[in-house]
Structures are given as C-alpha cells and as structure tokens.
Design a binder for this molecule. Structure first.
Ligand code: SF4
Ligand code: FES
Length: 235
C-alpha cells in the first residue's frame, strides 16, 4: 500500500522553527512506523533524525507522537494508524533535532527518586538473600515494567504547563522502590514527592495511563503514593 508520511523536521543549525516534510512510500500494513522511518532515512532522506535501539519495545528510546498520540514507533503498525501518518516529537520536551528531544531533564527527575534499592541493614545471618513473599512482590510488580520511554510524562498537561514537574515516569520509579518490602528509603522518597513539583501537581488527567506502551496503571500508582504520603503507611 502507498502511505503518506508527514514528518516534523527541525535542524537547530539551520531552522528558526520546525516544519513538516511529506513523503510517499510503499509500505506493508504489518510494517512498524519504525520501519517506515528507517525506509525514509535509508532511501530518501539520510538526514532524518530519530532515536531507536532495540526495535522491540524494550529500550524505550523511540517514543514519539504518531497521529497525535504518544506511542513507540517500534510497537505501532501501519495497519493500526492507516495510510495517512503524521510523526512528531513528543510534547513538553525541547526538540534537539527532528524527532529527537532532550531527555536530560527527564532523567534528572528520575534520579531524584533514588532509583535503586536502599538497604543498609545487615544481611540475614544465614547469608541468604533478603526474601520476599509473592504478595510482597506483587505490590510493585506493575511499576517494574517501566522502560523509561517518557511517553507518560510528555503526555501530561501538568508537565506541559511546568517542565519542573517531576512527572509520572518519576513517580512510577518511586513507586517501584517505595513499595518494595526490602527497601528502606521510602521516607526519604516520600519527602521528595511532597515537594512543590511532586505529586501535588498531578490532577488525575489519566493521559499518562493512556499513553503508556507497557499498560502500567500509572494514575492508580500515583494514587498509592498520595495515600502513602497522607497515611505514612506503605504496606
Ligand atoms: Fe514509558 Fe509507561 Fe514508563 Fe511512562 S510508565 S516511562 S509511559 S513505560
Ligand atoms: Fe527500543 Fe522501540 S526501539 S523500545
């Protein structure tokens, strides 16, 4: 089938502002949008810039706006979006070139969540690992699925209004560790979440949950965090 692909282009070395370039190419309905972009880059326009790595929905590097919705280019098929395709960078993050946005502030917010297990207590005397029941593991299972693609944060109206807002991806990271029974850093993380740019700015728009390619129930997880902040309970 022939598809018409309208792609946002911006080269900071040459352009005052971005514009759209339209390509017409042959594609299979089962091709992914990533294949379409690779085709354009390989055959028509080698200067087209976009991020990709695994091409299998694992690395999180190719989140972009496809027909107005945040998706991973490697997980979106042509047949799912039709013959008229518009590809743009995600919103709320500075465009560095074409479809590539500056993810540094995003990862700075991620780091604020202390994204690793905190536990200074001695190991169990028998030398075994810190054990966890299936129920304890299930408490944070959803949030372990995050691939840090940024589709949620860049779909959030609170983030569009204030890019200092930590955003839903950072909250999912906090959730992953706060509700881990082996972790001892919850109180410190909850204090960070209580800052002005923390969960108080979440207005439950649900955009994050709709945007997440891993189908994580982000809004519910943020609700868990808010409850923990109010009650001080994490179990
Ligand atoms: Fe991406 Fe979902 Fe993680 Fe947000 S929560 S960064 S949308 S995988
Ligand atoms: Fe890795 Fe799409 S290229 S998630």
């Amino acid at each position: 089938m022939e598809v018409t692909v309208k792609v946002f282009r911006y080269n900071p070395e040459k352009d005052q502002r971005g514009n759209y370039v339209t390509y017409k190419i042959e594609a299979d309905p089962n091709d992914r949008i990533l294949d379409v972009l690779e085709h354009i880059k390989g055959k028509t326009d080698g200067a087209l810039a976009f991020r990709r790595s695994c091409a299998h929905g694992v690395c999180g590097s190719d989140a972009m706006r496809i027909n107005g919705r945040n998706r991973l280019a490697c997980k979106t098929l042509v047949r799912d979006v039709g013959a008229n395709i518009t590809v743009e960078p995600v919103l709320g993050m500075k465009v560095k070139k074409d479809l590539i946005v500056d993810m540094e502030p995003f990862f700075n917010n991620y780091k604020k969540m202390t994204p690793y297990l905190v536990n200074d207590s001695p190991l169990p005397e028998d030398g075994r690992e810190r054990l966890q029941s299936p129920e304890q593991r299930a408490r944070f299972d959803e949030s372990t699925k995050c691939i840090l693609c940024g589709a949620c944060t860049s779909a959030c109206p609170s983030f569009w209004a204030n890019d200092e807002y930590f955003g839903p991806a950072a909250f999912i990271t906090a959730h992953r560790f706060i509700f881990d029974s082996r972790d001892e850093g919850a109180s410190q993380r909850l204090m960070v979440l209580a800052e002005t740019d923390g969960t108080v700015r979440c207005h439950t728009a649900y955009n994050c949950t709709e945007a997440c390619p891993r189908e994580i129930q982000i809004t519910k997880a943020i609700g868990d965090l808010k409850m923990a902040m109010v009650t001080g309970k994490i179990d």
